[in-house]
Design a protein around this ligand. Structure first.
Ligand code: FRU
Length: 504
């Protein structure tokens, strides 16, 4: 049965969505059908296809009562739009269907697990969210909320756990059991990730605190995801209210990856390493899935809560997802590389080898706004290390976005100060990279409204949204001191309307 709220949302996107020209959207990064999008939800394989849902407010380009938007894809690049999956249409989720995840059930049905939000007035007169975990089951298009909802409530919290900050269940199956992790605020006011187990996804038992923040990495931990990767266990989470720690963690909404060993007896992750997930400006609430060929693929919201007010004028959509990324672990650290499917849409290879640079240059045919470019740099002189090396993209004389590497301090800077944003927001991020005697490999994946940078074959990723006019397609290279560089550039051509193609 389709509720009135869901029907209204479906009618709205059906009616107005088609008027948004594809040309106003990125070439291959997902945007909402219409209106607002935040976190990826329910990223999972269902009947051989990858489904993705997202936090969705179709009626405005602002956050509002959360629905779940829905798309599916076969290659992580082309997204087929499906009707809104969930609307806040029951008493227990009347103020929003918050983030969650999905699973294919053994009987072939599709299970969604999400946070139902219901505002109640507390004794002190203040309105407070009550957050509970709920399920809905469907066929890949239509979903029915379970009669048993909510299936995890305040009664299932450990002592001191907050019923107001209890959200974002990520579910998985292991043997005969289903497990989920959810974010919670414990008595110390910071964040923790709780583990639950169920035989049927309807009846859940609290198992323990998988990991706790202890006010060390931000406060409330949102959107946890927990999985095995290359012989380790990995917990991804997105903390609110972080304070900066060196160049590793920036202030505000951040992302944290905890790598370690899973002590199943104690239901606890024994930490070996803690690092940021993305070192750029716009990345939050990532979620992963496992592909049939064994790849752990992550997608994130390519935005930051601090800057959601900065929107292009007259935008009919707001919010993008990152390019899905393949994860692995190397030397105890998280490695991220663009999904390999990206290589299938590369065309017009341009290759330069051993270009000697000291100052600034452009290279013939190296320009564009929808591209995949890898630049490998090494010192040009044995006697003196160069001062810095820069790549400027999305340039037109007035605007540009820059990646700069300084070998002496082993830092990379992403700088969109001059990308054309008419807002006084954070535009610069510095992060530390592994010292390699002045050698560095910078892979830049550019879409019309974003830049994703992968350093040294995925040792670091840094993402930034830009809204520079798409005609700004100049790329230049600059160095202080002598460097030698190799440049390998491909245009990314997607066979859909609105893909931006450049003339060569
Ligand atoms: C993270 C988040 C989640 C919540 C959702 C609401 O960005 O705050 O914790 O479920 O957004 O839209």
């Amino acid at each position: 049965m389709i509720s009135e709220k869901l029907k209204k949302a479906r009618d709205f996107e059906d009616h107005y969505g088609p008027f948004i020209p594809d040309s106003s959207r990125p070439a291959f990064h997902l945007t909402p059908t219409i209106g607002w999008m935040n976190d990826p939800n329910g990223f999972c394989l269902y009947r051989g296809e990858v489904h993705l849902f997202y936090q969705y407010h179709p009626y405005e380009t602002k956050w509002g009562p959360m629905h779940w938007g829905h798309v599916k894809t076969r290659d992580f690049l082309h997204w087929e739009r499906l009707p809104v999956a969930l609307a806040p249409d029951t008493d227990y989720d009347r103020n929003g269907c918050f983030s969650g995840s999905a699973l294919e059930l053994p009987d072939g049905r599709h299970l969604l697990v999400y946070t139902g939000v219901r505002q109640v007035r507390e004794k002190n007169g203040k309105l407070h969210d009550r957050q509970t975990q709920c399920v809905a089951v469907g066929d890949g298009v239509n979903y029915e909320k379970a009669a048993e909802n909510p299936v995890i409530t305040a009664a299932d919290l450990p002592e001191g756990g907050s019923p107001f900050d209890f959200r974002d269940p990520k579910v998985w199956r292991e043997g005969d059991s289903c497990y989920l992790v959810a974010g919670n605020r414990p008595a110390d006011g910071s964040g923790s990730v709780l583990l639950y187990e169920s035989p049927d996804c309807l009846h859940w038992t609290y198992k323990g605190v998988l990991a706790a923040c202890h006010n060390q990495f931000g406060r409330m931990w949102e959107c946890p995801d927990f999985f095995e990767l290359d012989g380790r266990h990995v917990l991804l989470t997105s903390p609110e209210e972080m304070t900066a720690i060196g160049l590793e963690f920036h202030a505000g909404h951040g992302t944290v990856c905890l790598i370690g060993r899973y002590d199943r007896e104690r239901c606890h992750l024994v930490r070996e390493n803690v690092q940021a997930i993305d070192y750029g400006l716009d990345f939050y609430a990532p979620q992963t899935l496992l592909t049939p060929d064994g790849r752990r693929v992550m997608i994130g919201w390519m935005q930051n809560w601090e800057t959601v007010g900065c929107q292009p004028a007259n935008a009919q959509w707001f919010g993008q997802m990152t390019l899905p990324r393949e994860l692995s672990i190397r030397d105890g650290r998280l490695i991220q590389t663009p999904v390999r499917e990206l290589e299938s849409v590369r065309s017009y290879q341009i290759l330069y080898r051993n270009v000697l640079l000291n100052g600034m240059t452009t290279l013939q045919n190296v320009r564009g706004r929808v591209l995949d470019m890898t630049v490998t740099v090494r010192p040009g002189s044995q006697s003196a290390l160069y001062g810095w090396f820069k790549i400027n993209v999305a340039g037109n004389g007035e605007h540009m976005t820059t990646v700069r590497y300084k070998p002496e301090c082993n830092t990379v800077r992403v700088d969109r100060t001059r990308c054309g944003f008419p807002h006084d927001i954070v535009n610069v991020r510095d992060f530390a990279v592994r010292p390699r005697g002045g050698e560095i490999k910078l892979r830049i994946v550019l879409d019309k409204y974003s830049m994703e940078l992968f350093v040294n074959d995925g040792e670091q990723a840094a993402t930034a949204v830009i809204y520079t006019d798409v005609s700004a397609d100049a790329i230049s290279f600059e160095s202080m001191g002598s460097v030698i560089m190799d440049v390998e550039k491909y245009d990314l051509l997607l066979d859909r309307g609105g893909a931006y193609e450049q003339d060569i």
